[in-house]
Design a protein around this ligand. Structure first.
Ligand code: PMP
Length: 290
């Protein structure tokens, strides 16, 4: 619920309505089985950042879960735009969730003609001048005990939510997750270090991590700008030796990580590589928003 401003208009299963009137069924498989996928698209100046990237990942998530495509990308874009306009969103995000629909509770998937349930809502908030991006993050490391298909963007977010809370309880902003001694990613972002020999290192794509839309763009821009990239696993020990560390996500863009488990990384300030990558991302990806 949005406590500070008037009710938002949200989109639920074909209808636009005030948020207090929006209803989903108790039989929604997203609710009963986390059988739903989602995308979060950043809004800057009322326009959508890298919408095509989010649509491409959405199509992949649907395919991996054998879920029907609910409507065309053009129709989804039209709903995004209407919500931004109706809610006067200048800066923030649009959350879109697609569940496998409503069916009596059963571990088997319902019949193929069960209509997916599409839900969308906006969240207005500062993105460009976010306080955390200006300050840089403190993170803690935690074991990665999520399921094995993190490449599918499902709403099964209980452990990431617990990890974020554990980080906050420890006086930090976020958690970096570690599996078999290597960092996978942050609770809701991809993770990077800049090594002593100036290489940008991030884990390679697999089912161990979400294939970040921002990751793809930032790696492309970094390569164009002449940075050396290495897609490989790295440890917390290597992070402590790194010159810089940072995260990327649709709403944090490129945000520096200043310390991990209480140990300062580099000189403990926002480093030149993450600063420059944020600038390039703002210029190129945010600049190309639609
Ligand atoms: N990893 C995880 C686990 C995430 O939840 C997110 C944010 N959705 C990301 C990475 C970053 O992905 P994107 O750049 O597409 O927002």
């Amino acid at each position: 619920m949005n406590m500070s401003s008037p009710e938002r208009i949200v989109y639920v299963a074909g209808q636009y309505c005030p948020e207090s009137e929006a209803k989903v069924s108790v039989f929604d498989r997203g609710y009963l089985f986390a059988d739903a996928i989602y995308e979060v698209t950043c809004v800057i100046g009322g326009k959508l950042v890298d919408f095509d990237g989010h649509m491409a990942r959405l199509a992949r998530s649907l395919k991996e879960l054998d879920m029907p495509v609910p409507m065309s990308d053009a129709e989804l874009l039209a709903i995004h735009r209407k919500l931004v306009a109706d809610n006067n969103v200048d800066e923030g995000l649009i959350y879109m969730q697609i569940s496998r629909g409503n069916a009596d509770r059963d571990f088997n998937f319902p019949s193929k003609d069960t209509p997916p349930v599409v839900v969308m809502f906006t969240q207005a908030r500062p993105v460009l001048e976010s306080p955390l991006a200006k300050r840089g993050l403190k993170v803690i490391s935690l074991p990665d005990i999520r399921w094995g298909r993190r490449d599918i963007k499902t709403v099964q977010l209980l452990y990431p939510s617990m990890a974020k809370n554990a980080a906050n309880d420890a006086g930090a902003d976020d958690a970096w997750l570690v599996q078999d001694g290597f960092v996978t990613e942050a609770s809701s972002a991809n993770a990077y270090i800049v090594t002593a020999d100036d290489k940008i290192v991030t884990r390679s794509l697999s089912s161990d991590i979400l294939h970040g839309i921002t990751r793809a763009a930032v790696l492309r821009f970094a390569e164009d700008a002449g940075y050396a990239l290495e897609e490989r696993s790295f440890t917390i020990a290597e992070t402590l030796e790194a010159k810089e560390a940072f995260i990327t996500s649709a709403t944090s863009f490129v945000t520096s990580v200043l310390s991990i488990d209480g140990h300062v990384i580099g000189d403990g300030a926002i480093g030149p590589v993450s600063r420059r990558l944020r600038e390039i991302y703002l210029e190129k990806a945010v600049g190309a928003r639609i």
